[in-house]
Design a protein around this ligand. Structure first.
Ligand code: ADP
Length: 363
């Protein structure tokens, strides 16, 4: 097992810089997820760690060794891809053991490793089958088995579940979490799916345009997003982001209002904020409560009744829309008026540069 250290990593294709100075420390045994929108550079970064892409600048260490110029096969990594190409004419047993055979691993050890991997992945009964006789999830398990038998220091996963249907993705997600728990290896996982990131990661790295936006545990990112980008990316449905202006500034609060919001005091770190500033108020859909009184009034546009909760999309007087997730089933109708209050302690102020102004925790 090994940790990793990325220092000012850069990658350019011609004069287009796609990885723009990434510093990151990954602990031995950690499950780290790179998440971000399509094109943000997460696969490129993973492939740089794997050695499948050259590093244009900076330094990459795996364990204590700088590996910038080390061949992929000598980095102690194994990678699982979204498009796992299995050899159709070989059995599962041979597919899993193929890499070991190429590396001339002795037959007895090869057999042991294949059977251990099959046991871990609960596919001992599938070893004699051919890929065509497997479901999508079983094939993905074979691809993971191929990585396990190599006993890598670090596992790299590039969107491994994207090709599976929704129900299977949930199952495989749990299997991957269990695999990490059993093997305790360092794992780096790329996805654009923030739910996958939230459920699997010890640590999430949010990327945008080749730059790290925030690094933290899933709950840190959810509760204390560093900026508007992370706030909008982590959490589902997305955090509501409302343009408001500052009416008054206190030592650790601001009073904000807008055409849609009557004056409301929100706890915030206020250094440099001034009366009249345009800022953004972030409110998670889950902390809005419908009732008889409140600071937000709107008209219901769309209702989704999911049984355990009801999603309501509301048009506010300014024309902006607001999404609320209400507990339980509600018989609401589009076109009706609705009034919301919200949990002030969960609201976040973002300044005009997009930085979150979380209140400084009191010691
Ligand atoms: P992600 O995995 O986050 O979707 P990628 O790492 O695949 O993003 O790509 C990051 C950026 O680099 C994209 O803008 C993509 O177009 C560009 N890119 C990726 N591979 C190449 C390449 N071989 N040549 C030129 N540009 C590339």
């Amino acid at each position: 097992m090994a940790g990793l250290e990325l220092t000012q990593l850069h990658k350019s294709y011609g004069n287009v810089e796609v990885i723009r100075g990434i510093d990151l420390f990954i602990k031995d045994g950690e499950f780290v997820v790179f998440v971000g929108p399509s094109g943000c550079g997460k696969s490129t970064l993973l492939r740089m760690i794997a050695g499948l892409e050259d590093i244009s600048g900076g330094e990459l260490r795996i364990g204590s060794k700088v590996v910038n110029a080390v061949e992929p096969r000598d980095r102690g990594i194994a990678m699982v891809f979204q498009n796992y190409a299995l050899y159709p004419h070989m059995t599962v047993y041979d597919n899993v053991g193929f890499g070991l055979k190429l590396a001339k691993t002795p037959q007895a050890e090869r057999d042991q490793r294949i059977r251990d991997a099959a046991r871990i992945l609960q596919m001992e009964h599938l070893l004699e089958r051919k890929p065509a006789q497997l479901s999508g999830g079983q094939r993905q398990r074979v691809a993971i088995g191929r990585a396990i038998v190599r006993q890598p220091e670090v596992f790299l996963f590039d969107e491994p579940l994207s090709n599976l249907d929704a129900a299977l993705r949930v199952d495989m997600r749990m299997e991957l979490a269990k695999l990490h728990h059993d093997l305790k290896s360092t794992m780096i996982y790329v996805t654009h799916d923030q739910v996958e990131a939230m459920t699997l990661a010890d640590k999430i790295v949010v990327l945008d345009a080749g730059v790290v936006q925030q690094v933290g545990s899933p709950i840190e990112l959810y509760q204390r997003p560093a900026n508007l980008f992370v706030a909008g990316f982590i959490g589902s449905p997305k955090m509501n982001l409302m343009a408001v202006h500052v009416e008054a500034v206190g030592p650790d609060w601001v009073r904000v209002s807008s055409k849609d919001l009557s004056p409301t005091d929100v706890a915030a770190e206020t250094a440099g904020l001034r009366q009249g500033d345009q800022v953004t108020l972030g409110i998670r859909p889950q902390v809005l409560h419908a009732g008889d009184s409140g600071t937000l009034v709107g008209r219901i546009e769309l209702v989704e009744r999911l049984g355990s909760e009801t999603n309501v999309s509301v048009a506010l007087p300014s024309g902006a829309s607001l999404m609320a997730v209400l507990n339980g089933d509600r018989e609401l109708r589009s076109g009706d008026g609705i009034v919301f209050s919200f949990e002030l302690s969960s609201a976040v102020i973002f300044d005009s540069t997009g930085l979150a102004r979380h209140p400084v925790p009191t010691a």
